[in-house]
Design a protein around this ligand. Sequence first.
Ligand SMILES: *Cc1c(COP(=O)(O)O)cnc(C)c1O
Length: 426
Amino acid sequence: MLYQRSSSLFAEAKKYIPGGVNSPVRAFKAVGGDPIFVNEAKGAYLYDEDGNRLIDYIASWGPLILGHAYAPVVDAVIDKAKKGTSFGMPTEIETELAQLTVSMVPNIDKIRFVNSGTEACMSAIRLARGYTGRDKIIKFAGCYHGHSDSFLIQAGSGAVTFGTPNSPGVTQGTAKDTLLAPYNDLESVKALTQANRGEIAAIIIEPVAGNMGCIVPREGFLEGLRELCNREGILLLFDEVMTGFRLAKGGAQEALGINADMVMFGKVIGGGLPVGAFAARSEIMAHLAPEGPVYQAGTLSGNPLAMGAGLAMLTQLNEHPEVFESLADKTEHLYEGFDNVLRKKGIPYQINRFGSMISVHFTNAPVMDFETSAKGNNETFKKYFHGMLEKGIYLPPSAFESYFLNDALSYGDLDETIAALDALDL
Ligand SMILES: *Cc1c(COP(=O)(O)O)cnc(C)c1O
């Protein structure tokens, strides 16, 4: 395959946009080489600027669960656009999407729409702090909750009690209110809550992690967090930006049978347009402006095009929940194919999966947290990524990302993907 035009577009982009991209992972830093510039996409396929067709396993990092350019979503956006693109006044469709969301997701009464997953998590934490009157939060190493200051804190040795900023520009003052624990380690969370009794507003977690590869919560881990939160008056926040409307109609809460106090959405809820949202019981949401004192706002929040896309997407998922089964079956098929092929190759590997999330790690030890995920061999990953790309398979360009299957993928596409892996020399 040739990537001539992509490479020249990237060179041009770098002159005007830092690193040539508007979100860092797109730049292929972890795998080397120039990123692919996409021209259009339909169903499960991307068509790049050099005319290559790629089978897509990222689906815009999750939103396009039914495939690219899904007709009901496209039609809704066109329809809405013709009537005006933004008003800064209330519209009926916001209530329609809110009502539908509340009916699909367990344990929430009210929802506020924002423009991204980052905004949703940032606002949810503010509300949790306002509601509890406490400042500190606990997050898990390797979990991503968007790029707002409180969340750009990663574990390092000695960072168990006080987080260390992991990006310049995050102040120590902010970092000290974010406590870190390893994923799947209930004991360390208990220790943190003991040491900070009465000071912790919220525990925020990806109920199935997808930002250090796919990592599944251990039996009893989330149940343990739920009990701990009940006992200590801490709010349990499920960041379902990735898992919401993907693992089940009601997201991870439904798939895992655990209730969170607040839930954040993004990705699928916008059907590919910029939407985020956070939701909770009325009693908590009543603290949000203009009903309550916790401030949060947005000029383009509840935008009619975005609401139209979200409503078309969620309506389809609500009326056809069998799609989650179909996606899980396809993921299982991919898993079995990959497992057979990699076993034959005799190299160390782990494959984690849950529903339509899956990731491959080139390591011997089970991957259950950031530390074990980081042990994956990145040289092998690079070969794997570029080898697959060469064969027309577009995987996430980093070992720390989950793949997101979309239902437009056919079993033929999956078999083509498995055959591509079989043909690779790793
Ligand atoms: C993508 C993601 C976010 C951030 O959403 P943006 O729309 O990129 O701001 C937050 N949390 C999780 C779990 C995500 O996967």
